[in-house]
Design a protein around this ligand. Structure first.
Ligand code: NAP
Length: 434
């Protein structure tokens, strides 16, 4: 079984290492040896830990070679990966990829090409690194109805938020720590602004709900505005703040089913399983009608963990070819509509700076009531300046479940009140049923 690996970076070099180190076991599991035919790179040189005659910068020629059966794409950006994958599929190769950015934009195009060519395309490593979540959703839960998938799928932001929670650090210094430890890239935008998590949410929602969902369908907020005050307020409420990717099946009153996919920082009660996921770890909680709640936890990134998921896909694709069959193809029969964020119902935490005078709390509460947002909990505390002189008060409101649109209108109205100096923070509260 001829294999071409495109990319010899963090993940590709581990895949190449495992192919060699476990060659005999892999051959026994598949029923045929996996033979590395070539490795696509930009820099061909003899110091790369791979025999130089296997290296090539001509990816197009590599993926069309007749002795290559399976192409493993681990190069990264949308291009040239997209072209290389489409060309490989056109030449009848099965494809494995970890490229979430590409998949979350071009699922349809890639899946249709694989369908036409009748080859496998697997992408377990594109979401949550080593953690098996794509295959459980597509295979183990194929007979169940998935209601919700909620996860911490970005290690960089989880590290930053865990730091802020445990040390009281502000966002900038927690990000600097993450960079120093190699958890954040030189340009952290894709992670901290939630783009990476949104790409993964699109992939998870597509699979869970048999509907094509792209990154553009995912509502997204990052973590850059989270303050130490938010982290402290979360703790006072028995919660911690996590960047969540949430994919949910929403039923309207008329019974119409829609999909919501969203990424935002949210308060999570400390007793919720996702609250205990700290540092660079990832976790995904799946709720299905018959199965109930399932949790998948582990290393969501890194060369070796990600290579584990890639190798799993590679063995599956190789077995299919040895046996002359194919694995499950893309399932998009449901094609549910995407629900706008305004229709999503959840709970909220709203903190605002107000004038410290009688009647303010009642005025604020009346604004929530006027927009039919029911209050579950209120805290008020005095705010002092650096010399300890009182300068106002902070009110923190936790609501029951309400529609995003109602909450947005409430916040806009609060900001107009004379008594409210500013609405300091609005965060969702997830993981409770009220
Ligand atoms: P990486 O370390 O940056 O490696 C990229 C590799 O691709 C390099 O070897 C590079 O060649 C090669 N490459 C880039 N452009 C090329 C081109 N035009 N032609 C030929 N080769 C090219 O990336 P990585 O961290 O291994 O990630 C690979 C993929 O896995 C990405 O899609 C990423 O999103 C995904 N992924 C990564 C992780 C992780 O923890 N790293 C986790 C999950 C998914 P040179 O070495 O010659 O420059």
């Amino acid at each position: 079984m001829g294999v071409a690996v495109l990319g010899l970076g963090n993940v590709g070099s581990e895949v190449v290492r495992i192919l060699e180190a476990s060659a005999d076991d892999l051959a026994a599991r598949i029923g045929a040896p996996l033979v590395l035919r070539g490795v696509g790179v930009r820099r061909v040189a003899d110091d790369r830990g791979v025999p130089v005659e296997l290296l090539t910068d001509d990816v197009d020629s590599l993926v069309s070679r007749s002795d290559v059966d399976i192409v493993v794409e681990l190069m990264g950006p949308v291009e040239p990966a997209r072209n290389a994958i489409l060309s490989a599929i056109k030449h009848g190769k099965s494809v494995i990829t970890a490229n979430k950015a590409l998949l979350s934009r071009s699922t349809g195009e890639l899946a249709e090409a694989a369908e036409t060519a009748r080859v496998d395309m697997y992408f377990e490593a594109s979401v949550a690194g080593a953690i098996p979540v794509i295959r459980p959703l597509t295979q183990s839960l194929a007979g169940d109805t998935v209601l919700r998938v909620a996860g911490i799928v970005n290690g960089t932001t989880n590290y930053i938020l865990s730091e802020m929670d445990s040390t009281g650090a502000d966002y900038a210094s927690a990000l600097a720590d993450a960079s120093a430890l190699g958890y954040a890239e030189a340009d952290p935008t894709a992670d901290v602004e939630g783009y990476d998590a949104a790409a993964k949410a699109a992939i998870l929602a597509s699979i869970a709900f048999h509907t094509r969902v792209t990154a553009d369908d995912v509502y997204r907020e990052g973590i850059t505005n989270i303050t130490p005050e938010d982290a402290a307020a979360a703790r006072a409420l028995g919660c911690t703040i996590k960047l969540l990717a949430i994919c949910e099946r929403i039923s309207s009153r008329g019974g119409q089913q829609r999909v919501s996919a969203r990424v935002y920082p949210a308060l999570v009660p400390l007793e919720h399983p996702l609250a205990t996921v700290n540092g660079a770890f990832n976790a995904v909680v799946v709720e299905a009608e018959a199965a109930g709640r399932l949790m998948f936890y582990g290393q969501g990134a890194g060369g070796s963990p990600t290579a584990s998921a890639v190798m799993g896909d590679l063995v599956m694709a190789a077995r299919n070819r040895v046996q002359g069959g194919r694995g499950p193809r893309e399932s998009k029969y449901a094609q549910l509509a995407i629900a706008p964020i305004g229709d999503v119902q959840t709970r909220y935490y709203v903190s605002m700076d107000v004038a410290d005078k009688p009647g303010v709390l009642a005025t604020v509460a009346a604004e929530f009531a006027a927009h039919e947002v029911s209050i579950a909990e209120v805290r008020q505390e005095g705010v002092t300046d650096e010399e300890g002189q009182p300068i106002g008060a902070r009110i923190v409101v936790v609501t029951h479940r309400a529609a995003e649109s109602a909450l947005s209108e409430t916040v806009a109205a609060l900001a107009e009140l004379d008594a409210v100096q500013q609405v300091a923070s609005v965060l969702r509260l997830e993981g409770t049923d009220q």
